[in-house]
Design a binder for this molecule. Sequence first.
Ligand code: SF4
Length: 211
Amino acid sequence: MSRRRVIAGVLKALQGRYPTTMLGGWSAGGAGPFRHLIGTILSARSRDEMTERVCDRLFRRYPTPERLAAARSRDVERILHDIGFYRTKTRYVIDSARRVVGLGRVPDTLEELMEFPGVGRKVANCVLVYAFGKEAIPVDTHVHRLANRIGWVRTRTPEETERALSEIIARRHWPIVNEVLVAHGKAVCRPIGPKCGECAIRRECARGAKC
Ligand code: SF4
């Protein structure tokens, strides 16, 4: 069986275990692109539950880009206070809101998104996938770690991993890569003490095959 098919099978098996709840939000009346953009900026080095809570609070107070663009820093800082780097993130979200107001939309290309403050490749790719339903592979530390551990790639940086994965995974599967690998990395394939004995993809994993 070709490598592409094996990887596709692994992704499907993981999707069966970890339903991809973030996909389709853009078309199902879920959070709009602006909220995805701001939520992803806030999520850097912050736990998901905390990010969600703070993001809810922020959008209750400033429901539109215009309102957030006009917000005072100290009021936003008070809302973001519970997450890491809240001062920097306050600057990022207000500046991002101003850019969106200026452009009249949230951009839907990697290049444009990466011009936003606080937006690197991973955040930009998340916005493309989860806000616009585009084919992209957001690579964070979990995805980078798992892709190397399973043996799909041998790379040193998330950027190299993104490039390598895009060559060995069919485009139609790109949107699920981040969500299923992040979920598996948290639940089973933990950084320290991966639970190989109860791993559903053990036979397809370079490390699991040796356990
Ligand atoms: S077999 Fe072990 S190392 Fe491989 S994916 Fe599963 S938990 Fe991770």
